[in-house]
Design a protein around this ligand. Structure first.
Ligand code: F6R
Length: 266
């Protein structure tokens, strides 16, 4: 592994010009390189991270860089973006397990804090009622004053688990998930059971962060990325609301960007 591609900080302003289209082979290294820049600029970075197939290669690059002592998250606070409901503690499909396996648990120096949704009842029973509300409120409090939020995009335009129907003011909350999202937990992430729902940071929290990065890879995301960047801002595609953020950067690989009318000017 050649290691993350470190952008010259002087190039920063152009990266904040919203859309970075990268060759698929350089995508993960470049995104990791930018993350390392942010960690160098602010060692106590408060960063919200997603799980899933899109960010995994970025985390692998980051872990390799940390082992080579080219990066440190030891001062960073990592806030998990979302979590499934109805999966047992330790289920490989769980978001907390995946982020631990992909990143947090792989780091020599660890992180200062890893904040995740406290979804497990004392006996492993699913949370409900006041206990569920408390778990939501606690993670929402962790997500105040985020410096940076990384998000992926679902095939239906969701961001985190802000499914279609969400608005820019949607709060951190428990949500019903669309069948395709639930099926993905089993089919794509190896969950042992079909989840019953999810918890997500709200679009309100995401849009209040200092900076937002939308990570998108693969030809199968090309149509939804076009909808998110070039279609109307609409609850039918919650990712379209990310355009309201003054410091949004879209990191797309070339296959994901192939349907954009004007790559380079999202
Ligand atoms: C996961 C999350 C989801 C995913 C989205 C894309 O924490 O927030 O919104 O980012 O479903 O998933 P992948 O990257 O697996 O295609």
């Amino acid at each position: 592994m050649a290691g993350p591609t470190r952008p010259a900080v002087a190039a920063e302003e152009s990266a904040i010009a919203r859309l970075e289209v990268l060759p698929a082979s350089e995508w993960a290294r470049t995104v990791a390189g930018w993350l390392i820049v942010r960690l160098e600029q602010r060692p106590d970075l408060r960063v919200c991270l997603p799980t899933g197939d899109t960010p995994s290669p970025v985390y692998a690059e980051l872990v390799a860089a940390e082992w080579m002592e080219n990066a440190s998250l030891a001062g960073a606070t990592v806030v998990l973006l979302d979590e499934w409901l109805g999966l047992a503690p330790g289920d490989p499909g769980r978001s907390d397990v995946r982020l631990e396996d992909d990143l947090v648990g792989q780091l020599q120096g660890g992180v200062r804090r890893f904040a995740r949704f406290a979804v497990d009842g004392p006996d492993g029973a699913p949370l409900a009622g006041a206990a569920l509300a408390a778990a939501v409120a606690a993670q929402d409090a962790e997500a105040e004053h985020l410096d940076l939020v990384l998000v992926g995009i679902g095939g239906n335009g969701h961001v985190g688990f802000n499914e279609p129907g969400s608005t820019p003011s949607s709060p951190t909350r428990a949500v019903e998930l669309e069948p395709t999202t639930l099926e993905g937990a089993v089919a794509r992430y190896g969950a042992a059971a079909r989840p019953t729902g999810g918890l997500t940071l709200g679009l309100d929290r995401i849009l209040a962060a200092g900076e937002v990065w939308l990570l998108v890879t693969g030809e199968h995301k090309a149509a939804i990325l076009r909808e998110a960047l070039e279609g109307p801002e609409t609850s039918a595609c919650p990712a379209s609301f990310l355009r309201r953020h003054p410091r949004l950067t879209v990191f797309a690989d070339a296959p994901a960007a192939r349907l954009l009318a004007a790559p380079g000017q999202a």
